[in-house]
Design a protein around this ligand. Structure first.
Ligand code: AMP
Length: 213
């Protein structure tokens, strides 16, 4: 199954992607994660993306479209994939359509702006494997240490409140129009992003499992 997760930054796309990835055994692909890796290893793409990312802006379309084209060509995507954080603009959605991947479902996780800033302030990410935690809703067994790989958990630089506000503006201007784009294609499903992650997961899986009947 080919799935897109839409939603504002901090709506919980990454956490849902992790669950779906395990349940359906298809890779979860996060363009944000790929860019953060490139930044860490100091590649040219990472250097180009750095200033945009740190300012809460979108990285230019041609860069992220290139990243996705390359990633989706890998063998592990043959049976499907979950896209977390791509597409984020109409240009990116059109490019994905042109690549010929028939997307089955687009799930939009909706969370009110006022809840986003509060939620993101508690988000922690593993520096080594990228696993996502939350100090209140999904804490690790040992404070500051990743359950999966023992890596150090830290706050993303772009999760600071000022940058989050900018990311929300960008989301409403450039990414939210994708809802209409996919609604017109008949692929859009809306899930209310609940305070408790398990509730959001239950609703998300119900939508996906119905599709598999
Ligand atoms: P995320 O981890 O999905 O919140 O992404 C973090 C940051 O990476 C975003 O704020 C953008 O700067 C950049 N980014 C990730 N995915 C995209 C995309 N599809 N288009 C443009 N920029 C992106």
């Amino acid at each position: 199954m080919k799935i897109i997760l839409l939603g504002a930054p901090g709506a919980g796309k990454g956490t849902q992607a992790e669950v779906i990835c395990e349940r359906l055994s298809i890779p979860a692909i996060s363009t944000g994660e790929i860019i953060r890796e490139a930044l860490k290893s100091g590649t040219e793409m990472g250097r180009k993306a750095k200033s945009y990312m740190e300012a809460g802006q979108l990285v230019p379309d041609e860069i992220v479209i290139g990243i996705i084209r390359e990633r989706l060509a890998k063998d592990d995507c043959a049976n499907g994939f979950i896209l977390d954080g791509f597409p984020r603009t109409i240009v990116q959605a059109e490019a994905l359509d042109k690549m010929g991947f028939a997307i089955d479902k687009v799930i939009d996780i909706e969370v009110a702006d006022e809840d986003i800033v509060a939620r993101i302030s508690g988000r922690r990410v593993c520096d080594s494997c990228g696993a996502i935690y939350h100090v209140r809703y999904k804490s690790s067994a040992v404070d500051g240490v990743c359950d999966k790989c023992g890596g150090t958990l830290s706050q993303r630089k772009d999760d600071q409140p000022e940058t989050v506000k900018e990311r929300l503006i960008v989301y409403h201007e450039q990414t939210e129009p994708l809802k209409e784009y996919y609604r017109r294609q008949g692929r859009l499903f809306i899930v209310e992003g609940e305070e408790h992650i398990a509730d959001t997961t239950r609703k998300t899986l119900a939508i996906l499992e119905e599709a598999q009947l």
